[in-house]
Design a protein around this ligand. Structure first.
Ligand code: HEM
Length: 513
């Protein structure tokens, strides 16, 4: 059993209260300080001792004693890099906190995420202030499964085909903005515009465009896209200091400071008031019959928040990574164009074939380029799960119940055992004898019960954007762009935070077909 900080804190408060009850303030203060001192000595000693349930696992003493180092790395946005260096030093399993183990192996992925007995989400997923239930926050598999059935309907093949004109419309809108801004200002920053595009795109597909006015048209004066990133970032930081989050939420008025929550509530209200203008993503949730559960209307705000954060913010950063890899590896552009021509995706006028556009994964290089972007460009540090009471075996290790276990996504994606020469952006690693071949399963969308419900939509969107960009535009990085500086400036706290801009010039291609 873990000697958790909560148990220690409760014992400490209890003894202090008892001492205070005796009435002698000076004495109670003295005993409280003695107790506090003892706790500060006893807890670290216990955590380093053989009595601790994780004592057999390798890791730095500092990480075994406290969560503080990981908190600092999260705040700095470099936890993904630190976890990789910990695994380089200690091997496939590392203790990264008093109660946390990190595993990098395909077998651990299968036990932690992929198997029928995979553990539930950890308490890190409780940090939600909006009322109601939301798919992302449901931790136990039974209730999660019920809600997932509702969400699944928005991502059927038929549903995604139905979103195509909205998806293509938003991509064309983005291209027009890029061209217009280049012609007015000579250059345009993709780091600013691509998240705006992603928010507009999710707004169009899920909310029939009612959630907010186009961010691309207005240049996002209220800072909705940066607010989303900041909100995501804050929730990840609080995973290390969960009691503080719950304490803050008890203070009246604090919750109302969260602008992003207000936006999600407004988005849900606007959708209800104006109604869908086509069979949009949300409308599927309210369809159904006696056999199909429907979404309780009061949960729409919390689910809207998930669409905007899990969908728009994540898509915005992945799209930015896709453009970064494309523009820093321009040798692939003519080859991608050749492939699109070979498969007749666009006709002589540059108009796409709707069916082929939804099946771009059949073009091996397009799929390889997207998968390689997801491999190298998904900087996620990990998706915490909690080992059930009786404990479980992971990668041959007996892990005690209550332990938080993770597979750090980026560490795994850049593991040479699974992806040789892992730091190289190399779409060809996914192609064998002209066919797309999965090298090792990626964790970009996670796997198993809690995997990304929106992955099919996200992949469709990334493939279409890539195909249309190489087909219709000439995009060049502005002279002086330092690819390494840009890469080193990317932080990750569950979401990407790009410190450096990505200035480009955009022109219409002379011969689009
Ligand atoms: C490239 C873009 C995307 C990436 C890399 C991505 C990645 C992920 C990952 C890794 C998870 C698992 C999270 C965890 O276990 O903590 C997840 C879950 C989720 N994602 Fe995505 N996602 C993307 C796009 C989308 C889109 C477009 C939507 C839909 C609007 C979406 C909705 C969700 C939801 C609702 C969950 C929770 C699923 C569940 O618990 O059943 N995501 N995503």
């Amino acid at each position: 059993m873990y000697l958790s900080k909560h148990r220690v804190a409760i014992t400490f408060l209890g003894i202090s209260a008892f001492t205070a009850w005796t009435g002698d303030v000076q004495k109670s203060l003295k005993y409280s300080l003695i107790l506090l001192g003892s706790v500060l000595v006893v807890v670290p000693l216990y955590r380093l001792s053989q009595l601790h349930p994780l004592h057999r696992f390798p890791g730095s003493k500092w990480n075994k004693i406290t969560e503080l180092a990981m908190l600092c790395y999260t705040v700095l946005g470099i936890r993904h890099k630190k976890l990789r260096s910990l695994h380089d030093r200690y091997g496939r399993v590392v203790q990264t906190g008093p109660n946390t183990l990190s595993f990098v192996s395909a077998s651990a992925i299968s036990s932690i995420h992929g198997s029928a007995h995979a553990p539930d989400k950890a308490s890190a997923y409780e940090m939600q202030h909006l009322k109601g239930d939301g798919l992302f926050f449901l931790k136990d598999k039974a209730s999660h499964n019920r809600r997932r059935r509702i969400w699944n309907r928005s991502f059927s093949e038929e549903a995604i085909l139905g979103y195509q004109s909205a998806l293509v419309g938003e991509i064309e809108h983005l291209f027009n903005c890029l061209l217009e801004k280049t012609s007015h200002k000579g250059k345009v920053d993709l780091v600013r515009l691509l998240p705006q595009y992603a928010y507009d795109s999710m707004n169009a597909v899920f909310f029939s465009g009612h959630a907010f006015n186009s961010l691309l048209d207005s240049d996002d004066p209220a800072g909705i896209a940066p607010q989303g990133t900041a909100f995501f970032r804050l929730s990840e930081i609080f995973t290390h200091i969960q009691p503080l989050f719950h304490f803050l939420m008890l203070i009246p008025g604090i919750g109302s400071l969260m602008d992003f929550e207000k936006l999600s509530i407004r988005a849900a209200e606007a959708w209800f008031k104006k109604g869908p203008t086509f069979r949009d993503g949300i409308s599927y949730w309210f369809e159904g019959d006696e056999f199909q559960p429907k979404l309780p209307p009061e949960d729409l705000a919390i689910e809207s928040e998930t669409i905007l954060l899990g969908g728009a913010d994540t898509l915005g950063s992945t799209t930015t990574m896709l453009c970064y890899f494309l523009l820093t590896h321009p040798q692939w552009i003519p080859i991608l164009r050749e492939q699109l021509e070979l498969h007749n995706v666009f006709d002589e006028t540059g108009h796409p074939d709707a069916h082929l556009l939804n099946n771009l994964d059949s073009i091996p290089l397009i799929e390889a380029f997207v998968q390689e972007t997801l491999r190298l460009g998904t900087l996620l540090p990990g998706l915490p799960r909690v080992v059930p009471k009786g404990g479980m075996t992971i990668d041959g290790y007996d892990v005690p119940g209550g332990t938080i276990v993770t597979v750090p996504v980026w560490s795994y994606h850049v593991d040479a055992e699974y992806f040789p020469n892992p730091r190289k952006f190399d779409p060809e690693r996914w192609i064998e004898e002209g066919k797309f071949v999965v090298q090792a399963p990626l964790m970009a969308f996670s796997v198993g019960t809690f995997n990304c419900v929106g992955s099919k939509l996200a992949l469709t969107q990334l493939r279409i954007l890539l195909a249309m960009a190489v087909q219709k535009l000439d995009i060049t990085l502005v002279e002086g762009f330092d690819a390494e500086k840009f890469w080193n400036g990317i932080r990750n706290t569950r979401t990407h935070d790009f410190v450096e801009p990505m200035w480009v010039r955009v022109a219409k291609r002379n011969s689009p077909a």
